[in-house]
Design a protein around this ligand. Structure first.
Ligand code: G3I
Length: 378
């Protein structure tokens, strides 16, 4: 479905056209994915299937994706809640359409996610399911059926999956429980089975554990819990290839940089430990919550860009990291506005482009960080 753009969107489309690869190349502006590819990396974004949100059905948004992205991820449409809204009812239509679009436009598509280890984000029917007299067997049947169903449906068209998302409780570092994992006899058993099933059904695919432990102060227990989980995978020989660093960054203090130095050191220690275990890294959901920064847009955008640049410089210095994915390209459609508005009610500015689809300092910061990153071996 292609919608006729509104007047506002038409203006935005013109702005975005400055970033269409052909026009942009003539103007000397290179797309983010092109800059990344020159270093052996890729750049991409989340996308949705709803034409009134960050969808390729919105022509202005499609122009941004074509200009800057070589890799996409469905913001919601592959989640278990979405593809299995009721027992026995499957709904792959939205993701099918997204994958067709990414194929037609020569972009890869990541799979997000097969199991979201949080009760709130599992299918409600599964949380209320009667697992019967042999609960572990029934839970294993449902879990393997889901993982096999999705991975076999898409075959080699999807080369990388967030197999398990957010299994660690940030405040304690302990593992989260869901009805499924309780029936299985524990979270580790559930997670391990999800990865083993994914490897058997999609042997071509990169299998990722994805979480939002970050570098900001207050994340120490979360990071420690993730490290324990990753160590456990290696001990139990669970097929996990990479850690997804969601990278929902949060500034603090009037210039955004409060605590930055300590954050950098702790973050390096964390990434050193993860890569020493042989895991690859991906940035899977990059955006910035502009907490503490002044309301004035110019100062806010600079603070966000400087903060992201510092984060990317440290994180991209690890050659095991090859993919950088933004959680949406424009402020217009960012999830943050609905989930965590600013206390002063000023609209959030978390993405590389503003709500009129104009490039912001954050886009420049990402471009500069990619350009400055060490080249990855072929
Ligand atoms: O599509 C329905 C619509 O029919 C309904 O009228 C409306 C009413 O609330 O809801 C719509 O669904 C919303 C959906 O986004 C699509 O817009 C859900 O309520 C809303 O909860 C859902 O939020 C998503 C959230 O994950 C939960 O799935 C956000 O868009 C998405 O950005 C967010 O993404 C997560 C990653 O998957 C994991 N990491 C954190 C990240 C940010 O929270």
């Amino acid at each position: 479905m292609v919608l006729k753009p509104t007047r506002r969107e038409a203006v935005a489309l013109l702005a975005a056209a400055a970033f269409c690869p052909r026009v942009a190349a003539a103007a000397g502006v290179r797309g983010l994915d092109a800059i990344a590819r020159a270093k052996g990396m890729r750049f991409g974004s989340a996308v949705s299937a709803n034409p009134r949100t960050g969808s390729f059905d919105n022509p202005a948004y499609a122009a941004l994706l074509r200009a800057d992205c070589g890799l996409l991820v469905a913001e919601n449409e592959m989640k278990w809640q979405h593809v299995a809204p009721a027992p026995g009812r499957l709904n792959f239509a939205a993701f099918d359409r997204m994958l067709d679009w990414s194929d037609r436009n020569g972009m890869a598509m990541r799979g997000h996610n097969l199991v979201w280890q949080r009760r709130k984000w599992m299918p409600a029917w599964l949380e209320a399911h009667d697992f019967g007299g042999r609960p572990a067997t029934e839970a294993a049947r449902i879990l393997t059926g889901h993982v096999e169903g999705v991975t076999r449906r898409y075959g080699t068209r999807v080369q990388s999956y967030d197999v398990v998302n957010e299994a660690v409780t940030p405040d304690t570092g302990a593992l989260e429980e869901t009805a499924l994992s309780q029936a299985m006899g524990g979270t580790e058993a559930t997670i391990d089975l999800a990865f083993r099933t994914a490897r058997a059904a999609a042997p071509h695919a990169e299998l990722v554990y994805n979480d939002y432990m970050s570098w900001e102060p207050g994340n120490a227990k979360h990071r420690a819990g993730v490290l324990r989980l990753l160590e456990g995978f290696r001990r139990r020989d669970v097929p996990v290839d990479a850690l997804g660093l969601q990278s929902h960054l949060v500034t603090s203090g009037p210039d955004g940089s409060q605590g930055l130095l300590a954050s950098q050191e702790e973050w390096r220690r964390f990434l050193d430990a993860v890569t020493a275990m042989g895991y690859r890294l991906l940035i899977t959901e990059l955006d910035v919550r502009d907490n503490g920064l002044p309301v004035e847009a110019g100062a806010r955008d600079r603070g966000v860009a400087d903060y992201a640049r510092a984060y990317l410089d440290v994180t991209l210095s690890y050659p095991r990291l090859r993919d950088v994915v933004a959680w949406g390209m424009t402020d217009r459609f960012s999830w943050i506005e609905d989930f965590e508005p600013r206390p002063d009610k000023a609209p959030r500015r978390p993405c590389p482009y503003d709500d009129q689809f104009r490039a912001k300092p954050l886009r420049d910061a990402i471009a500069a960080a990619l350009a400055a990153a060490p080249e990855r071996a072929a």
